[in-house]
Design a protein. Sequence first.
Length: 135
Amino acid sequence: MSSNYWYFMKLLKKQRNASDLNKTIRLLNPPPQSISAVYQNLAEAYNDLYKFPEALSSLLKAYELNPNDTLMMYKIGSQYDYKIKNKPLALKYYNDFMKTRPPKKENQGNPLVISYYDVAERRILELKKESSSNR
């Protein structure tokens, strides 16, 4: 066989090795959104084990890794609200979440569907009412 054949075979092998190494690097260094999803799953597992502070830490880490995931503010607010029982911090995160709400449009979507924004809005009103009645 010609030396060109062996040269191209060697080059092809190096190209495959480079491709495999690039895949390995991507697996070892996943994007922050992927790691954030893992932390969100970890938070669910901790909540199932009644380890609420650990779940909160996982949610905060998930949000730190992916601050563009605005739903994380709702999840953190809900964790503070229902699991940690820290109403002021729950209100803070619910309010921050509400700031990300897109403008309402007439006849948008199914009126029977309740959004996270609707739930957060209702809960903010309830927490404020509870807070004012405790004074």
